[in-house]
Design a protein around this ligand. Structure first.
Ligand code: GDD
Ligand code: MN
Length: 376
């Protein structure tokens, strides 16, 4: 296998030469594989790029990929991943920092896990045996641990403890090569969260490997000040995107509900008896929600063609009629028991709505606008 260790740099002149030799030493321990180190330099003003190109001239396993300018950690990695896959032909891509906070001697342990069949190996600071620097301030510790717990809960990925670790190995075939790397959210540090989510969604076998996250050897951190807000944005954007259809469905439902409830009460007071009003307002609300769901909520799976539209519309109406009739019966029951006034009529009406909500979501998403399974 070809292993490419991507190392992004920005002003790492004091570290990079020693880092490259340590990484090469570690690579020698994985004899069964071919190992390359790809430095993605953000046009560092301190001459990091020059040091790397000099070293690369003497060693074919070291490569320099210069960026035109510093474009953020995420952008540097995506650029490096593409080069590693398309030009070097990588089977495994690793992510590692240049400042010795990631111990290059750990490299073989990551590769061992890939050899064992894992697709995504996360160097984790928050599993037994892993650690963050003792010298970190309390608020940095809390932010680091808390951020990962928050991500775990919101993203629902419970087998991972470290969501922002920067020391990783990914299998290319079936995983990294199936991702649309241009769609990774964030050009900064937060890209890690989105990439992790995408790998998990692809079904990658994930394992966490304990790492001791050291202190920076020399030079300064390049962590952007907006990192926290950006990470929060990424986590929430993923969640909203995953539940987009359900959120839209709720909006349509609310529009339907308002129409339904208003009409029910107006009709009930003016022309029809309560049971009949519930049927009439239900039918109108049904047409409103059908139209909105078809063009908006489930718009990506919109029904095409007149014949198909008619058939599904009939299926839709037949299924929606059921909760409407149930509801009318409930209203009738309540009105007969407690009298024809606002509270009893609307209590029966509301219980019926809840039943209808559950019923309709199941029918809409599982039958009418169901996902057509991918053919690959
Ligand atoms: N090319 C390029 N462009 N490289 C960059 C950029 C950039 O915009 N920003 C940072 N780097 C390089 C640095 O030179 C270093 O090698 C590596 O990326 C990590 O940057 P640091 O500045 O050392 O980051 P950190 O120590 O604050 O953050 C590390 O730990 C975090 C967890 O606490 C990183 O590993 C993060 O990914 C991780 O989330
Ligand atoms: Mn660092």
């Amino acid at each position: 296998m070809k292993i490419v260790i991507v190392v992004p740099t920005y002003n790492e002149a004091e570290n990079i030469k020693r880092l490259l030799s340590s990484a090469l030493e570690a690579c020698k321990k994985v004899l069964r594989h071919e190992c390359f180190i790809l430095v993605v330099d953000g046009n560092s003003p301190d001459g990091t790029g020059k040091i790397v190109s000099n070293t690369a001239a003497q060693n074919p396993n070291i490569l320099l990929l210069p960026e035109r300018e510093k474009g953020g950690l995420g952008a540097a990695y995506i650029y490096g991943f593409k080069y590693a896959m398309e030009t070097i032909g990588a089977d495994v891509v690793m992510e590692m920092d240049a400042d010795f906070q990631h111990n290059p001697n750990d490299i073989p342990r990551f590769i061992d896990q890939i050899d064992k069949g894992y697709d995504y190996v996360i160097g984790s600071r928050f599993v037994k045996g892993g650690s963050i620097p003792k010298s970190w301030s309390l608020d940095r510790k809390i932010l680091s641990v808390g951020g990962s717990i928050f991500s775990k809960i919101v993203l629902g990925i419970f087998e991972v403890s470290d969501f922002t670790s920067g020391f990783k190995a990914s299998r290319v075939k079936g995983y990294l090569d199936r991702l649309d790397l241009d769609s990774v959210r964030s050009k900064g540090f937060a890209y890690k969260i989105d990439l992790l989510f995408k790998m998990h969604k692809l079904g990658a076998k994930i394992v966490e490997l304990p790492i001791e996250f050291g202190v920076r050897d020399r030079g300064d951190s390049k962590m952007e000040s907006n990192n926290f807000v950006d990470s929060l944005r990424v986590v929430l954007a993923i969640r909203i995107n995953e539940n987009k259809e359900f959120i839209k469905f709720l909006c349509v439902g609310s529009a339907g509900f308002v129409t339904d409830a208003l009409l029910f009460n107006v009709l009930r007071i003016t022309v029809f008896d309560p049971a009949l009003s519930a049927i009439a307002s239900g039918l109108v609300a049904m047409l409103v929600t059908y139209t909105l769901n078809n063009v908006w909520s489930f718009g990506e799976r919109r029904i095409a063609g007149l014949a198909k539209t008619l058939v599904t519309f009939v299926v839709y109406c037949s299924s929606s009629i059921i909760p409407i009739i149930v509801r009318s019966q409930l209203v009738d029951l309540f009105v007969k028991a407690f009298g024809h006034s606002l509270v009893p009529a609307n209590t029966g009406f509301l219980i019926g709505i809840v039943f209808g909500l559950v019923w309709n979501y199941i029918v809409y998403s599982k039958i009418i606008w169901r996902k057509v399974p991918d053919r690959n």
